[in-house]
Design a protein around this ligand. Structure first.
Ligand SMILES: [Zn+2]
Length: 59
């Protein structure tokens, strides 16, 4: 299933939390939005470090 939910691309600078919308511009700050679905790498992923360590160990 494809998600059409988009997120404000500038929310980290402008908002306290991600602003989700179906529009191509943020309803709050008017910045461009980006598709929220595919996040290949999330720098805020709390398990990212653990997962990377696991991957290293399993190679
Ligand atoms: Zn915004």
């Amino acid at each position: 299933m494809k998600s059409d939910i988009r997120v404000c691309s500038a929310w980290r600078e402008v908002h306290d939390r991600p602003v989700y919308t179906l529009s191509e511009t943020c309803p709050e700050c008017n910045s461009a939005t980006e598709n929220s679905a595919p996040a290949p790498f999330d720098p805020n992923d709390p398990y990212g470090e653990y997962r990377r360590a696991l991957k290293r160990r399993n190679r």
